[in-house]
Design a protein around this ligand. Structure first.
Ligand code: AGP
Length: 621
């Protein structure tokens, strides 16, 4: 949540800052701002309660110039989205200027101390407290000498300030007296430095760095970086100065833009055949009828002795975990527990040493998932990640894992990452199954089905124009129900989440049989139910549930995989997806549900890629 950018070098900083914020806007888009500095001139700040495009217009009108600068795009935590609360924030009447991601939990007590010293606050943010604290420390450090501020004073002021902070932060600090110095500090909120010869770039993820450098440093927790045009010094809280680990910037982080699509979400829905191919690539082994993963970092013997797996994540990634539960129990016969990461981090489940933990996450930055994995690691469990973003915090902290290779997912509503997660989980179930009881023939059959999956998804996309028409009929509804059973219970949950997050229509997903235990009271002629009813072991059961809805006058949109005259007669609309084995149905059936949410959101005039109140990666608790 929230995006940070920074530049120090010889060029004008503002163009990089604005472009970088545009690329980071998916992380938060309540408000935005930049600050730049020129020798012997006061700091220049432009801020707006709105989008980066509005900020860019302001920056064009006012001259916000200088060869050093910092910028921020915000997802509000402390105080509403106003210009005053937008970052950057100034400390000590302009001595320091900062941008901050994360949450300072003890900001109120720190603020009380500053108020007692007559510091004035312009905003309601926790960030302004940090800005004043650094300035205050800087004043203390220089008050006894000539009054001249040195680089070492700046470093000391930042270090002693962060020692007082409780919570999470990614901080970038600019000092009035230095046009060639930025200081970055990290604890729980990512920062990456793009390394170059005579200029340095900073961002909260790699996307703004692409095209500027191919060498990066991921700052780790409790590290402070002293960034100057021609040097970067990294200091660790406990170890002092350390050698920075310079890595290559992965080409996977490069995003090719909208490619002619109206929105990133639509582009990402259409990318699914390819993203699934990428997830499968090099991992299927027909000779042994199994799958291979390079990074689990456990021996076959250790993997064979696993007696329980915990799958954890948030939102869509939690829905993937639910599908994973069905897959791993069915194909590998391993007891599975699925947990919201936000609950797991505070639970104390009894576990034994043969319990393996998988954190599932697109961004690799979700605070709750990271905390849950850390907690499981503390208890001695091997904690692995199923993650999309290379080099993300979770990818770095996990004991190993599997990358999705889905490419950048920019739309806030997760689509291709979800289907890639399901693809990886199917391969994982195959792998664990083959380590145990699953026969060669059964393994081979799963591989053959997986190989067909990209084409099935391609064919599922053909329903788009029909879904568009259906959307017109139902776009005014105020509540939707999504019903499915077995593998398609999580599919229903995911369909409902897609609709509510981008169209703001209330939607609930249920296991279809649960309807009669309460939710069926919601059914009337204004409440459409999307019923996922493909062939499989529970087909007849779901059909009965569909009839129960119809009997109460509820409109039904049925997702089927073959022509059934009975469904055709009962349902108001029928969307046919390609037939496939039940364990792959959540992938294929998700396509029309994603498109339905997209088309309804468009008709309601919603901002599909940047829905209100949301952000792409949720780096606060
Ligand atoms: C999905 O559409 C959501 N935007 C959200 O639920 C998301 O899946 C969740 O925040 C978890 O994110 P992660 O996969 O990056 O950890």
């Amino acid at each position: 949540m929230c995006g940070i950018v920074g530049y120090v070098g010889a060029k004008e900083a503002a163009p990089f800052l604005i472009r970088g914020l545009q690329q980071l806007e998916y992380r938060g888009y309540d408000s935005a701002g930049i600050a730049t500095l020129k020798p012997s001139e006061p700091i220049k700040i432009a801020k707006v309660a709105g989008r980066v495009s509005q900020l860019s217009q302001i920056v064009e009108r006012q001259t916000v110039s200088g060869t050093i600068g910092i910028g921020h795009t915000r997802w509000a935590t402390h105080g509403p989205a106003t210009t005053e609360n937008a970052h950057p924030h100034i400390g000590g009447s302009g001595l320091v200027t900062i941008v901050h991601n994360g949450v300072i939990e003890n900001y109120e007590s720190l603020k009380a101390g500053l108020l007692a010293k007559d510091y004035q606050f312009r905003s309601q943010t926790d960030t302004e407290v940090v800005a004043h604290l650094i300035a205050d420390r800087l004043r203390d450090l220089t008050s006894s000498g000539s009054g001249e501020i040195t680089v070492q004073h700046c470093i000391d002021a930042v270090q002693s300030t962060i020692a007082q902070l409780r919570g999470t932060y990614g901080l970038l600090v600019m000092f009035r007296d230095f046009t060639d110095l930025l200081i970055a500090a990290r604890c729980g909120s990512p920062l990456v430095i793009g390394v170059s010869k005579s200029e340095q770039f900073i961002a909260s993820d790699t996307s703004p760095l692409v095209g500027h450098t191919d060498r990066i440093i991921y700052l780790a927790d409790h590290q402070v970086a002293v960034i100057r045009p021609e040097s970067i010094q990294v200091l660790h809280r406990d170890q002092g100065r350390i050698r920075p680990n310079i890595q290559a910037l992965s080409s996977e982080t490069q995003d090719s833009g909208l490619d002619g699509f109206a929105h990133f979400m639509l582009k990402e829905i259409y990318e699914q055949p390819q993203s699934i191919r990428n997830a499968l690539r090099g991992r299927l082994d027909k000779d042994n009828a199994t799958a291979h993963f390079g990074g689990l970092n456990l021996t076959t013997q250790q993997l064979r002795s696993i007696q329980r797996i915990i799958l954890t994540g948030c939102g869509t990634s939690w829905h993937s975990a639910l599908v994973g539960e069905y897959l791993l129990e069915e194909l590998a016969r391993i007891p599975i527990e699925v947990e919201y990461a936000s609950e797991l981090r505070y639970r104390n489940p009894p576990t034994d040493h043969n319990t393996l933990v998988f954190g599932i996450t697109q961004s690799g930055e979700t605070a709750d998932t990271l905390a849950a994995l850390r907690e499981m690691k503390r208890k001695g469990h091997h904690a692995l990640a199923i993650c999309n973003v290379i080099g993300s915090s979770i990818a770095q902290e996990a004991d190993g894992g599997i990358y999705l290779h889905a490419g950048p997912e920019i739309g806030v509503a997760s689509t291709k990452a979800f289907t890639s997660q399901l693809t990886v989980l199917t391969m994982l179930a195959l792998y664990f199954g083959r380590l145990r009881h699953l026969s060669f023939e059964a393994g081979l059959r799963i591989i053959e089905r997986l190989e067909e999956l990209p084409e099935l998804v391609e064919r599922a996309l053909e329903c788009h124009s029909q879904v568009k028409q259906i959307a017109q009929q139902f776009a005014d509804a105020s509540t939707f129900l999504y019903l499915g059973r077995h593998y398609n219970f999580p599919t229903a949950l995911e369909g409902a989440l897609k609709l509510k997050e981008i169209s703001y229509i209330h939607a609930e997903g249920y296991p279809a049989a649960e309807m009669k235990h309460g939710p069926i009271a919601l059914v009337d002629q204004h409440t459409p139910s999307v019923v996922i009813v493909p062939q499989g072991p529970v087909y007849d059961k779901v059909l009965s549930n569909l009839q129960e809805v119809k009997a109460r006058g509820g409109p039904v949109i049925a997702i089927v995989d073959h022509f059934d005259p009975q469904v055709d007669r009962l349902a108001d609309k029928v969307i046919q997806i390609p037939e496939c084995d039940d364990f792959l149905q959540p992938v294929v059936a998700s396509v029309p549900l994603q498109l339905l949410a997209y088309e309804i959101a468009l008709l309601r005039g919603c901002d599909v890629d940047k829905p209100r109140n949301l952000a792409k990666s949720v780096t606060v608790e």
